[in-house]
Ligand binder design. Structure first.
Ligand code: RIB
Ligand code: CA
Length: 305
């Protein structure tokens, strides 16, 4: 079966690095755009390059927004490390930042003659919002936009607001308003699929790539321990969005229009949008088959290339 052509918009970030590793094995990744989120856009850009070169993948990387549409940037350095990938020492040098911006780069590859492509966003949705605002036709030229973002309205969540939507609620709201063919994978499912810390040594059987992931995820297990409620496991949020594109049958889905609380104590909370706003329906992951997800995840590492 041919692999699904997909753009990745990320803020690597340790769990983004896992998502990137699995995506290049499971999907036909066309390129990576990076956004400010876990760390600055300069760091997310360089980190995407470091991981790709470690994977032996020569894919284009294009930087995007320096910060959210409205609010000042809030990073997650305390979880991902000051440069965004723990304390990992790379044997590859930084590369020059291109002048082109993420939304321009994606748009130029969405011309009418191109094959339908998917987009997976695993950071704040600033770049995706700017793509949709600058080039509205992109909404219908993308086969789907899948966001690791928020939490399903009405679901029991372990926190009111998820990081990607909290950092840039205006961008998330714009995506839910102007996007089409939208899928949302929120913490109501990603915080069910917690990776047991005791399973990390399994990664060591997968050579240089497994060794990198073991080091990165061991750091992340320490800093994100207990998030999701289990002290002996930790969330791997972003790779769940990759599964949503490659293996949507691992999930159950509910369709609903969405909006976002933009300010105040509930900033970043995703809520059902009133019908009169006439927003598009978003396919929201309502449940995940956790054993089958982890079967899919571990099988990913056995895929060559
Ligand atoms: O809430 C989890 C999300 O925030 C993940 O994308 C993680 O990388 C951080 O960006
Ligand atoms: Ca991320």
């Amino acid at each position: 079966m041919s692999k699904i052509p997909t753009f990745l918009d990320m803020d690597p970030g340790i769990d983004d690095a896992l998502a990137l590793t699995v995506a290049v094995k499971r999907l036909q990744v066309l390129g990576i755009t990076t956004v400010a989120g876990n760390v600055s856009v300069e760091h997310t850009f360089q980190n995407a390059h470091h991981v790709l070169r470690h994977l032996g993948q020569a894919l284009p990387v294009t930087p995007g927004a320096q910060g959210p549409l409205y609010y000042p940037l809030l990073t997650a350095k305390h979880i991902h490390g000051s440069a965004g990938l723990g304390d990992y020492t790379w044997d590859t040098a930084d590369v020059p930042m291109p002048q082109e911006h993420a939304w321009q780069w994606i748009w130029q590859r969405l011309q009418p003659t191109s094959d339908p492509c998917h987009l997976i966003a695993t950071g704040p949705l600033t770049n995706v919002a700017l793509l949709l605002l600058a080039f509205p036709e992109s909404a219908d030229r993308l086969a789907s936009i899948t966001c690791m973002a928020g939490g399903m309205p009405g679901a029991k969540l372990d926190k009111a607001a998820e990081f990607n939507v909290f950092v840039d609620p205006h961008a998330a709201d714009a995506v839910f308003r102007y996007g089409r063919h939208l899928q949302m994978v929120g913490i109501n499912v990603t915080h069910r699929a917690l990776l047991p810390i005791k399973d990390l040594p399994r990664l060591k059987q997968y050579g240089r790539v497994g060794g990198m992931l073991f080091t990165l995820l061991s750091y992340y297990a320490h800093t994100s321990r207990g998030e999701g409620g289990d002290p002996e496991a930790f969330p791997v949020d972003d790779v769940v969005a990759v599964a949503a594109v490659d293996a949507p049958n691992l999930f159950e889905w509910k369709s609903m229009p969405l909006t976002v609380v933009l300010e105040g104590p509930l900033r970043g909370t995703v809520v059902i949008s009133p019908l009169e706003t006439k927003r598009p329906e978003v396919m929201v992951a309502s449940s995940i088959n956790v054993p089958e997800f982890f079967e899919w995840l571990w099988a990913s590492f056995d895929i060559s290339g």
